[in-house]
Each structure stands twice: as structure tokens, then as C-alpha cells.
Write a protein of this length. Structure first.
Lengths: 346, 387
């Protein structure tokens, strides 16, 4: 396996949060490289950088593993279970914990670099933009911290839990909230740029593509909003709530519904291109390459489809996922399952 | 700790409770005898504990607009809950109705039913309304716990993300933290012990949330058929969602859900702390419960059942499910004709098939154990139609 074929440094691969992978695996993995059973379940997604896989576990540890062998390089213990997907920024790996802390850990040695406090469990993945770290918390507050010190720069209290990982771009930072709103705040001050009121909670993490913010809601709608103004460009209705964040590639938007369908809709106008056969409940985000889109289902399998036609290409029946996304590279596929097993497959 | 032994005897057709014996009527299970030891604190029965302040009283609230354009309406749920609580208690103000059950210092555990496809679980609008009602009498969010045995089912249905900040959502199968202290899921000192089918682990432990943390429990079961126990209502939601290692009581086609569900509900912490039952029948399930993968078996009943007597509420639920099954022409839940046995896959295709001989008699057994009223002529069934 080629080393460092690509890096996958945060939730949905990169800070554009489009869930877009360069991997184009038309055939499924058929060889186990290694697997590791962690002590408790894994709710988050693994990330990959410079030959190291980082994964958080509900046993309260962040694990750094050699991507070729699965051998543990180090582990770092937080104060409680971890549900947050780590993000890598320079020499730091950052993540939140159920103990209400955001941790920044030196990724070479696994030592604590700084720690910032929130008032509730942090399930979101921290997003790093310029010299700030943005993160929401289940206490309903959205915070910006200094990347170097962890000092809180500003905090905004909302009326619902924040389980939506933010997207930061230019001057604005976007996220959803269980108060039913999608917020666009000024990154420097935390002041409102615009707010969109949906019909119910927004748990999904927004993606932004071609100036359009994309996110589903518990109100059964998937929204496309003008990223600058919040104006609704289009919305697409399903028949149950949407927790799954979106992946975007080639003018297509992919997301899973709680109704069990993986949808492919047109970025331009929100028209349905195809939808999968029902996969029971889907809550995890998909990842997409130029020709395939992959999603982990809650009830057991990782499935891949042709992005154009929706034809099922392959499936790996390894265990379900609530929020975890596979890392799909040209060389390997890394899958973390809710029961707590991490697989590296070729 | 106190230990009580319950002996269920098929040959005698009787349930021996300590030195006493309670006779059963028709429809009794044909299983082998079962001995159940209950190890639980020897607590005096709270007047709020089951059957609670209003034995035999069930308020059935219907609202045509509780589902609008396929979505559960929180506004309708709000009205249904207010009117139902006032009808149950006789209070003219909703807040006063809730104050009959909880005080500001209580730690309130809300037992939801997350075992089902989205839409057939305790609905989020109902959970939010109950939390708001608890807030109205002074219970802060930090003293409210939403719990169930299965973390994954709680999470996939979104409870962790959709309840207000401060409310704790606890899956009993995982560790959780409170004010920096890590807690385990089950209390090693409170358990029911029985050998149903020769299983290796014969104990079922009670949730520490119930045994230790909570002072009151608000039960939010769903109006659903269950392929082993007949219905999964107040009693099953409490018992099988608060004790662990319970799937062992049913090995197809036989089930000991009767009497195990009923006996578990007599354990002192559970019985004393469960003060109110609000059954979510906005969407109801008449077959292939509890998960209801086939939407053909789900109907929009648009109903809440409210009471303090879990037996009476479950009895009304049973009548509703039986009525629905008659309407669609499928066998009664009591029917033990072997031709209706099938696999789980069969069950999902046909409303005539089930992997088990269903045993809804656990509701009557609970009545015999003093948990509430079973006979319809002893149930004060009030029907409200909200417009």
C-alpha cells in the first residue's frame, strides 16, 4: 500500500466538508490488511494523515495507529467518552469529549497541548479556519477558540443543542442547531450574518459548494441556501427527518434519510437523480468520489453506488454505523463500526 | 435487600407469591413452571407508585390534526397532553396537574421506547412537551434523564440531539458522566433471577438510573403490538427497558414474557418511582412490532393514552390493537394456533404470522400482583376528542 497516498484530516475528509474522496473504487475491498477491536463503541469517523489513522472511542481515548499495520503509536485519555471526530491542523489533533472539553493534542507524541471548556458534551468535530477553532456543544453554545492557546474568543448561546459540525469559509461560519435554525455567523465576532429558520432541528453538518449551503433537517426537507444571504435556492422533501450530512461531487448532492434511502439530487435545482433501494435507517454521511458514493448503514453494511446511475457496486458487511464515514482512498478503505472495530481493507 | 420468590406453575394454573397463591383465568400460558427471585430494596409502597393516584383510570385523547402532512404536530401534542392531564387529575390548570406527580427537587427519568423504525418510537414532540411540562413545575433540565437500555436505538432516533440542552440522554449499555463522575448502567444489588431456557446468565439487573439516580419515572411507551408479549405497552416498556438480559425470556415459539414483565414491575424502585404513563399512539403498530419494518402494519391512530395505572392503560391498548386486527382480518393476539407461527421474515410480510405464541396475559398477571386494574368493567375509560 502506498504511504500517504492522501490525507483525510477531518470529518468528511477536508475542511470543505463535502465528503468528497479522490478514491474511485469500482470494486469492493476483498483483503483485510488489519483490524483492531477497541474497548468500546466508535461513534465518530476515523481520520488519516501522514500514515497515521486517528480514531476516537467511547472508552475515552484518542488512538493514533499506524495506517499500514494498525499498531498503536500512542493513545490519549480524555475525561469521558468521546463521540467527536478528530480534526488535524498542523502538529495538532483536536477533538471534543463528553466531559465538556475540547482537547488539542500534539500528534507526534500524544501530549496535551491545550484544553478549552464548554458547558456540555461536545459531539461535533472542531473546524479550524485561519487561527481559530470553531465548535458547537450540546449545551447549546457555539464557540470560537484561539488555535494556539485554546482561549475562548467568543461564544454564542443558542436555544438548542448543537450536534452539527460547522463549516467555515471566508468570513463566515455555518452550522445547524436543534432549535431548528441554520446559522451563519461572522467568524471574527460571532455576530449574525443571517439565520434560516427550518421547520425542525438541523443536526446535519452543512456543506458548501458553488456558493450554496446544503443541509438536511428533522423537518423532512433538504435545503439549499445561498451561502451569502441565506435565501432558499431550493428544497427537496423526503418522508422522514434527515440527520445525514451531505457529500457533493460532479454537480450531484448525496445524503441519507432516516427513511433508509440514499438520495442523489442535482446541485443546480434539487431535482432527484436517483435514490437507492431502502437501507433501513441512514444517519451517517456518505462520502463520494468522481464515480462512486459510499455510505455506512446503521444495520450493518458499507455500500457503494455508481454516482451517475445509483447502481450498487459493492458492499462490505462489517458492522453498522450511526455517524461514522469510511475513509476511501485509492490504496485502502478504513471503516470504523459502532461496535468498536476498526478495519483497514484493500 | 429483600428477596421475594414468585413461582409460576403451569400445572397448578396458579402463581405463588410468597405464601399466597393467585389463581389465573383462561388464556394462561402453557409453558413449564418458572421460579423468579426478585432481589430489591424493601421499601414502603409510595402512594404515587403503581397503580398510582388514579387506579383504573385511563384518558384516551384523540386529535385529528396530531399528524399534519405526515409530520407529528407539536402544537397538537401540547393540547392533547394538557387536556389529557387535566382530565386525569381533575385539575383545571395543566401545571397543577403535573404538580400532583413531581416536585422541583425531583430527578425525573423519562423512559422512552426507541425500539422501532423512526416514526414508531416515542415521538420527539411528545418528549419535548413532557420536558417542558416538567420545567413548568420547576424541574430543571439538569434533573431530567431520558433513558433506555440501548444507546444505539436512542441515538439513531435522535433523542441525544433533539432534547433541550442540559437534559441527559442515557443508554444503559454505556457509561455516562454526571458532574465529573462516571456511572455504570446497572445496579449489581437489584436483580431478578430466573432460568427460562437454560441460559448461562440467569440474572437481570435493574438500571442504576432507576435504582439510584431518579426519584420519579415518567413512562412514555408506544401503542404497539409485540411479537412475543402481545403488546409492548407501559409494563413491558418499564420492565424490559429498565432490566438487562431480558431477550432470553423468549425463544421462539415460546415466551416467558408472561409473567416476567409483571414480576419485574413489582421490584420496589421501579414500582414506586413510575408515577405516570403517557402512551404514544400517534402512530400505532398492529403487527411486526416492536420494530415494524413493514409500514403496512403502521396506522395513524392519533391517540395518547394517559394514566397512572399501567395495567389499565395496557388493557385499553390491547383492546385497540385487537380491534385493529379484527378490522384488517388477522388473528387475535391470543390465538395460539400453530398455523400462524412463522419466521421473522414471514412476520414482516404477513400479519397472520409470528415467531412466537404471543402472551398478552402479562397484563392480567400484573393486575393479580396488585399493579392495576385488568377487568374492563373496573376501568374508568374517558375519551377526549380534541379539536
Amino acid at each position: 500500500m502506498a504511504q500517504n497516498a492522501m490525507n483525510w484530516v477531518t470529518l468528511l475528509a477536508a475542511n470543505d466538508r463535502r465528503g468528497k474522496t479522490s478514491g474511485a473504487r469500482r470494486t469492493g475491498p476483498d483483503e483485510l490488511i488489519w483490524k483492531l477491536a477497541l474497548p468500546e463503541s466508535v461513534r465518530s469517523s476515523p481520520v488519516l494523515s501522514d500514515g497515521v489513522v486517528y480514531v476516537t472511542c467511547r472508552d475515552g481515548h484518542l488512538y493514533a495507529l499506524d495506517s499500514r499495520t494498525g499498531k498503536e503509536r500512542w493513545k490519549f485519555r480524555a475525561g469521558a467518552a468521546i463521540d467527536s471526530t478528530p480534526s488535524i491542523s498542523g502538529h495538532l489533533v483536536l477533538f471534543g469529549s463528553d466531559d465538556g472539553s475540547l482537547y488539542a493534542v500534539d500528534r507526534t507524541a500524544g501530549r496535551l497541548y491545550w484544553r478549552a471548556e464548554a458547558g456540555g458534551a461536545i459531539w461535533t468535530s472542531p473546524v479550524i479556519h485561519d487561527d481559530s477553532v470553531y465548535f458547537g456543544s450540546t449545551d447549546g453554545a457555539f464557540r470560537a477558540a484561539d488555535r494556539s492557546t485554546g482561549k475562548i474568543r467568543w461564544s454564542r448561546q443558542m436555544e438548542g443543542r448543537i450536534c452539527s459540525t460547522a463549516y467555515a469559509s471566508g468570513q463566515l461560519v455555518y452550522f445547524g442547531c436543534s432549535d431548528g435554525r441554520i446559522y451563519a455567523l461572522e467568524g471574527s465576532s460571532g455576530k449574525d450574518a443571517w439565520i434560516h429558520q427550518a421547520g425542525d432541528a438541523v443536526i446535519a453538518s452543512p456543506a458548501v459548494a458553488d456558493g450554496v449551503l446544503l443541509a438536511g433537517s428533522e423537518d423532512y426537507f433538504f435545503y439549499a441556501l445561498d451561502a451569502a444571504t441565506g435565501r432558499v435556492r431550493w428544497k427537496f422533501e423526503t418522508d422522514l427527518g434527515i440527520y445525514s450530512s451531505a457529500a457533493v461531487t460532479g454537480g450531484r448532492v448525496f445524503f441519507g434519510g432516516k427513511n433508509g434511502y440514499l438520495y442523489a439530487i442535482a446541485l443546480a435545482d434539487g431535482k432527484e437523480i436517483w435514490k437507492s433501494k431502502p437501507l433501513r435507517t441512514l444517519t451517517a454521511p456518505p462520502v463520494a468520489g468522481d464515480s462512486i458514493v459510499c455510505i455506512q448503514t446503521f444495520y450493518g453494511a458499507t455500500q457503494a453506488y455508481d454516482t451517475s446511475t445509483g447502481e450498487e457496486l459493492w458492499r462490505a458487511n462489517l458492522g453498522g454505523s450511526l455517524q461514522s464515514t469510511p475513509i476511501v482512498t485509492d490504496d485502502a478503505v478504513y471503516i470504523a463500526t459502532y461496535p468498536g472495530v476498526l478495519y483497514a481493507l484493500r | 435487600m429483600n428477596r421475594r420468590t414468585f413461582v409460576f406453575s403451569a400445572t397448578l394454573g396458579a402463581l405463588n407469591l410468597g405464601l399466597g397463591r393467585l389463581s389465573f383465568g383462561q388464556g394462561r400460558s402453557r409453558l413449564e413452571s418458572l421460579e423468579i427471585d426478585v432481589h430489591a430494596p424493601d421499601l414502603p409502597l409510595s402512594p404515587l407508585g403503581m397503580p398510582g393516584l388514579f387506579p383504573g383510570k385511563v384518558v384516551e385523547v384523540f386529535h385529528e390534526e396530531s399528524i399534519v402532512d405526515r409530520r407529528v404536530s407539536r402544537a397538537a401534542i401540547h393540547t392533547m397532553l394538557e387536556d389529557g392531564m387535566k382530565a386525569l387529575t381533575g385539575e383545571s390548570i395543566s401545571r397543577n396537574a403535573w404538580a400532583r406527580f413531581v416536585v422541583p427537587a425531583d430527578v425525573v427519568a423519562i423512559k422512552v421506547n426507541p425500539s422501532g423504525v423512526p416514526g414508531t418510537v416515542s415521538s420527539i414532540p411528545l418528549v419535548r412537551e413532557v420536558i417542558q411540562a416538567l420545567n413548568s413545575v420547576g424541574v430543571p433540565n439538569k434533573n431530567i434523564i431520558v433513558y433506555d437500555r440501548n444507546s444505539n436505538q436512542l441515538e439513531v432516533n435522535g433523542y441525544h440531539a433533539l432534547v433541550p440542552p442540559g437534559v441527559r440522554v442515557v443508554g444503559l449499555d454505556q457509561r455516562w458522566s454526571v458532574e465529573g463522575e462516571t456511572r455504570g448502567g446497572y445496579d449489581p444489588n437489584v436483580f431478578c433471577e430466573m432460568d427460562c431456557f437454560g441460559e448461562r446468565e440467569t440474572r437481570s439487573y435493574l438500571a442504576s438510573v432507576v435504582a439510584t439516580d431518579a426519584t420519579k419515572i415518567i413512562n412514555l411507551p408506544c401503542l404497539k403490538e409485540h411479537n412475543a408479549s402481545g403488546v409492548t405497552g407501559c409494563l413491558k416498556n418499564l420492565a424490559y427497558g429498565s432490566f438487562n438480559n431480558v431477550a432470553r425470556t423468549h425463544v421462539d415459539p415460546k415466551t416467558y414474557t408472561d409473567p416476567v414483565i409483571a414480576v419485574m414491575c413489582t421490584a420496589a424502585p421501579l414500582r414506586s418511582k413510575a408515577v405516570l404513563h403517557i402512551m404514544d399512539g400517534i402512530r400505532a403498530v398492529y403487527h411486526s412490532g416492536p420494530f415494524a419494518w413493514n409500514p403496512d402494519f403502521v396506522w395513524e391512530a392519533k391517540t395518547l393514552l394517559i394514566g397512572t395505572d399501567p395495567v389499565a392503560v395496557d388493557r385499553i391498548e390491547l383492546e385497540i390493537v385487537e380491534r385493529k386486527r379484527r378490522e384488517v382480518g388477522v388473528p387475535s393476539l391470543w390465538d395460539h394456533n400453530p398455523e400462524y407461527l412463522g419466521t421473522s421474515a414471514d412476520m414482516q410480510r404477513s400479519a397472520r404470522k409470528s415467531p412466537y405464541y404471543r402472551e398478552p396475559g402479562h397484563i392480567r398477571t400484573a393486575a393479580e400482583l396488585g399493579l392495576g386494574k385488568w377487568e374492563l368493567n373496573q376501568i374508568d375509560h374517558r375519551k377526549l376528542r380534541v379539536v
